[in-house]
Ligand binder design. Structure first.
Ligand SMILES: NC(=O)c1ccc[n+]([C@@H]2O[C@H](COP(=O)([O-])OP(=O)(O)OC[C@H]3O[C@@H](n4cnc5c(N)ncnc54)[C@H](O)[C@@H]3O)[C@@H](O)[C@H]2O)c1
Length: 363
């Protein structure tokens, strides 16, 4: 089992990565000196697939334990679902000395992290991510929250977990669409980190689709280490952490404008393509470099199809992005792999050029 420490000064924690490590959960709770009153929240799809492993955790625990199985999707990433969790916690007499365990993808992790931040003014929690996206990205870094109205993740808190346990075997049951969703973030890390990892991702994309455990482990380790370092440098996203939004400003507009037919991971890949074209247009990279960097994007040409979108609407969506200030769209662009620039502004024409060119890759 690998251990990556997220070295935050006040609230640092470990991320454990390995195969078949779910059964070591109790041991890790004990060695981390966490509370023994456990409340487990599990994604219903995950429970269907892994009920015997999860029941094993419940029956082998010596102290108090309850399990709540909940259905999740973006619509249910809401106050209603939080209320269900609060209600069950209270009905079962849990108070501040509780350890909440979130088993599921990014939605379960984000909701439970926010419940843990708010129930009884804050309880301990751990993340057991089960999707590629949640293993490489959302389970680490402490961004928690829910959607409200039509706005994603607008209500929430920064709340770091007490540890994260990544059992890579969960990924074996993901369908191609969910795998692709996680791959969007993997592509992002390939551009953010360094040339070695970028080359590794280019070379091994087909093995990720085959769910090769060795390749998945390396990709998860590299992404978590990188994200951990960024979070340590800027926990509350006042500066450097913004680099993690590479491609996401465009991606959000693509998701909204395709009425979410384009899934998040696919939208991130098209969004990174647009960010590369904008980096070129603004003179941060040469045409030769642009073509070289598009090589990873082109590997997804057959996985993503894109119709026509209204570019003016797309720009309006980008303007409403909660990460902007004064209605000005701020982009994360790059000068090279691992050389990222934040808060870049662009003219309307330059943005339209980047939108058209990014989408054009997938026509
Ligand atoms: N907190 C952060 O820093 C952060 C970062 C990125 C994304 N997010 C959030 O993460 C969410 C997306 O996360 P996600 O992609 O994991 O989605 P998700 O939690 O909806 O899971 C995707 C689907 O896969 C199913 N599933 C989960 N594990 C499975 C498994 N092992 N086998 C088979 N099916 C499984 C789920 O039931 C669900 O239907 C979004 O709400 C997004 O806002 C948060």
């Amino acid at each position: 089992m690998d251990k990556i420490n997220i070295n935050l000064p006040q609230n640092g924690y470990d991320v454990f990565v390995g195969n078949k490590i779910l059964k070591q959960l109790h041991k890790k709770i004990k060695t981390s000196n966490l509370h023994s009153n456990l409340f487990v929240v599990v994604d219903s799809n995950v429970y269907k697939l892994y009920s015997s492993d999860i029941d094993g955790i419940i029956t082998s625990h010596k102290g108090k334990i309850n399990i709540l199985i909940i259905e999740v999707n973006e619509k249910l990433k809401s106050f209603n679902t939080m209320q269900k969790i609060y209600k069950s916690l209270l009905e079962n007499d849990y108070s501040r000395d509780t350890l909440l365990i979130a088993i599921g993808g990014g939605i379960i992790g984000d909701i439970c992290g926010f419940v843990a931040a708010t129930f009884s003014r804050g309880i301990q929690y751990i993340q057991v991510p089960t999707t590629l996206l949640s293993t490489v990205d959302s389970s680490v870094g402490g961004k928690t929250g829910i959607n409200f109205g039509n706005t994603k993740n607008i209500i929430g808190a920064f709340n770091q977990p007490n540890f994260v346990l990544i059992d890579i075997d969960f990924i074996q049951t993901l369908n191609t669409e969910e795998l692709l969703s996680g791959l969007g973030e993997v592509v992002k890390y390939a551009f953010l980190t360094n040339k070695d990892f970028y080359k590794y991702v280019v070379k091994n994309i087909s093995k990720v689709f085959e769910k090769n455990p060795r390749v998945l482990k390396r990709i998860i380790n590299e992404s978590v280490k990188f994200k951990g370092d960024v979070v340590v440098s800027d926990e509350k996203e006042t500066g450097n952490r913004k680099i993690l939004n590479l491609g996401h400003t465009f991606a959000h507009a693509f998701e909204v404008e395709t009425k979410y037919k384009l899934k998040h991971g696919q939208a991130v890949i098209v969004g990174i393509a647009s960010a590369l074209f904008l980096s070129f247009k603004l003179g941060y990279i040469t045409e030769a470099k642009l073509l070289k960097l598009l090589e990873l994007i082109y590997l997804f040409k057959n996985e993503i199809s894109f119709g026509i979108i209204n570019k003016e609407n797309a720009i309006s969506v980008m303007q409403r992005d909660k990460k902007n200030r004064d209605g000005k769209i701020k982009f994360v662009l790059l000068k090279d792999i691992g050389n990222i620039i934040i808060d870049v502004e662009a003219s309307r024409n330059e943005i339209i050029y980047a939108l058209e060119k990014g989408i054009g890759v997938f026509k």
